[in-house]
Structure formats: C-alpha cells, structure tokens
Design a binder for this molecule. Structure first.
Ligand SMILES: [Zn+2]
Length: 298
C-alpha cells in the first residue's frame, strides 16, 4: 500500500487530535496525551519520524507534565503507553519489536521501549507538512489558554512560525467584545496588583483572563473573568496564584523567588482582597481553577 493510499483512507490527523478533546471529563484536565503529542510533533518538525526512546525522553516529558499539567498529574509513562490505544495516532514497541510492556516506567525503560507516530500520521505529515502546525495549534487551543502557548512551544522546541500560513482555529469562536468588556469592568487595572498603563492612549500589558479556561468551556462572561497584567495572567494560568471564594489572592507554597521585586509582585499579594465587577465571580469557576490549575490547597 502506498503512503498516499494510507493517507486518503485515514481520518485526518487534526480530526483525530480533536477527539482528544473528548478525553476531558467534566472539565477535569488530562493534558498528558496532548503534551506528549506536542513533544512528538516538535521532534518530527526538527528531526523527522524517527522513534522516541522512552528512557531518553522520560525526564523532559516529566518536566513538561509537571510544568503544564494539573497538580498531582501522573508521570510520562502513562501517556507514552496509553496514547497507543487512541485512534491510530501512536504506536509503542520494545527494543526487540514486541508490543508495549504497559505503563510501568521500569518496564518501559528496561525493554528499551520506543514510541512513534503511526504510518498513517507519518504519511500525512510527509505529504502535507502544513498539517503539523495545524495539529499543534489544535492541541494548544483545545487544552491550554493562549497565555501559555508560547512557553509550551519553547519547552517542547516547536517553531509555530516556521511555515508562513494562516492557522485555522478549530475551537469555538472567541467573542471580540470580551476583552473590551473585561478591561472596562476593571477600569483598565490589574485586579491583583493595580497595574495600569497606556501607550499612546491605548491600554498596554493588560489581558482579559478566563478563570475557567476557554479551552475547558469557560464562558466569555464577566463572572468568569479577571483583568490581569501580563505577569499575573501567566502566574494565574500556571497555578501560582488563585482567588479564594471570598475573593482574596492566594499564592501557592510551591512558588519560590527571593528578590525584592518577586516579593513585592507575588508574595505580597497573598490575602489581598480583589474587588470583582458586577456580577460577582461565579464560585463554580473559582472551584474549577482551585482543582485543575492552582498548585496547592485554595
Ligand atoms: Zn498585576
């Protein structure tokens, strides 16, 4: 069978990747497989379709999951083995060509297990190279807020701008009025630190942040939003900061940083009251952020 025939017969890569959306359950974050796929796509972009040796990739994958997964996420052995069960994307074999030894990290290491894209994915990425970035964008959009996309690409070594073409957005459309409404509701100031700034009259360095992420069905509504400066937006999306139900900033004990600036911009925020706009913030969205994003007990 030629590569072309495989490619035509299969469901497209992006469609299969969007099925990963279904791996979310009731808003619970399960980014292991998306992170592994992003890692593998980046590897493909840099080096082509060679196999990925589990023992060589384990440390980097563990760091990815630790940095961008929910608190208490399982290790890299889990997606490395389990991704092979999903829809013809990924395949795992031991160094001797036997089937995957399962999701035991010891067995994956000892048997010299390697993972790789299935032949149909390789065929599609070879014949239509633009699909690689489309797939990566779909994974990022479906699983992470935009504030983290660049850091994730840096971490996996993916160049999203290598091919100049317009990437198709595959999630529900964003409401362009959302940003304006949120900034107005918070009087163009960071809800956490009171930063405000304008460049030639236009607000700069402030974002409309979702509490429950857009990628996890967080609505574009004021009760799910905070106006945050760029620093606090990233720290909020990475789970360094959250907001308690009585609207006070909480800083995770897991965060460290010793300069006076860090203390002033992060540690000093602990307990600081935030005045939300009308209507008040929805406690269901805050609960989601506490459970799925924040590193520590809120
Ligand atoms: Zn701020």
């Amino acid at each position: 069978m030629s590569l072309g025939v495989v490619s035509l017969a299969a469901v497209s890569l992006v469609e299969r990747i969007m099925n990963i959306r279904m791996w979310q359950q009731n808003g619970r974050r399960a980014p292991h497989k998306p992170l592994l796929l992003l890692y593998a796509l980046a590897r493909f972009q840099r080096e082509g379709e060679g196999p990925i040796l589990y023992s060589a990739a384990e440390k980097e994958l563990a760091e990815l999951i630790r940095d961008f997964g929910p608190p208490g996420a399982a290790g890299p052995y889990y997606p490395f083995d389990r991704l092979a069960n999903d829809d013809d994307l990924w395949t795992v074999a031991t160094g001797d060509g036997l089937p995957s030894p399962g999701d035991s990290p010891v067995r994956l290491r000892e048997t010299g297990a390697v993972g790789r894209f299935t032949p149909s994915v390789v065929a599609e990425l070879r014949t239509r190279p633009e699909k690689l970035l489309e797939a990566a964008r779909a994974l990022l959009d479906a699983n992470f807020p935009e504030s983290l996309h660049e850091s994730i690409c840096d971490a996996v070594g993916l160049d999203l701008h290598r091919t100049p073409y317009v990437l198709r957005r595959v999630t529900r459309p964003r409401d362009p009025a959302f940003r304006r409404a949120v900034l107005n509701a918070y009087a163009h100031r960071c809800a956490f630190c009171d930063y405000e700034g304008r460049l030639a009259g236009t607000t700069v360095g402030l974002d409309a942040a979702h509490i429950r992420w857009f990628a996890f069905d967080g609505p574009d509504t004021l009760d799910n939003s905070l106006c945050l400066c760029s620093l606090h937006h990233v720290l909020f999306d990475k789970g360094v900061l959250t907001l308690t139900h009585d609207h006070r900033v909480r800083v995770t004990d897991a965060f460290t940083g010793g300069t006076p600036t860090t203390r002033a911009q992060v540690h000093a925020l602990a307990g600081r009251p935030v005045a939300p706009p009308v209507p008040a913030l929805a406690s269901a969205h805050l609960t989601w952020h506490h459970a799925q994003v924040f590193h520590g007990a809120a």
